[in-house]
Each structure stands twice: as structure tokens, then as C-alpha cells.
Design a protein. Structure first.
Length: 86
């Protein structure tokens, strides 16, 4: 079995549950991707066009700084999970 990592970002906990399930099923390590400045409820209000998440989604060049890192060189397979919104 290849050494695998499941790295995920979860705003509401849905992606976290899926990442934990996948990692458990395949015996992978788990790494939570966290923004250096945590998101508040107001930041995650996708219905507000001025919320942090809405502004970040509109600007493809905007990516928040990330807290912590994982040693990606240790893994042969890396799964990345994140919330998706159309």
C-alpha cells in the first residue's frame, strides 16, 4: 500500500467528515488545512456578496495564508478535499 495523505479544508464540517471517513477506509494520514486567520460565521456567509468567502471566490488570485504544513514529500498519494460551490 502506498503512503497516502488526505488533506482537507472544511468550513462547516461536511468535508471534514468525508475526509475522516476516506482516511479511515484507506489507512491514510489526515491533515486539516486551516486559514491563518480563522473564518467567522459572517466570513462564510456566501449569500452576502461582501463576505470574506464571497470576495475570495470572485478573486482567483486571492488565497488566504495557511496555518501549519504537512510534509508532502513523505506521501506517494495525496487526496485534497474542499467545499465546492457553484
Amino acid at each position: 500500500m502506498r503512503k497516502a495523505l488526505v488533506a482537507y479544508f472544511s468550513a462547516s464540517g461536511v468535508t471534514k467528515k468525508l475526509a475522516e471517513r476516506l482516511a479511515g477506509e484507506i489507512g491514510a494520514d489526515l491533515f486539516e488545512i486551516q486559514a491563518e486567520t480563522p473564518y467567522t460565521s459572517a466570513d462564510l456567509d456566501w449569500q452576502n456578496p461582501k463576505s470574506r468567502s464571497s470576495l475570495e471566490m470572485k478573486d482567483q488570485g486571492c488565497r488566504p495564508a495557511i496555518r501549519g504544513t504537512a510534509d508532502m514529500a513523505r506521501y506517494e498519494v495525496i487526496f485534497v478535499g474542499f467545499p465546492y460551490m457553484e
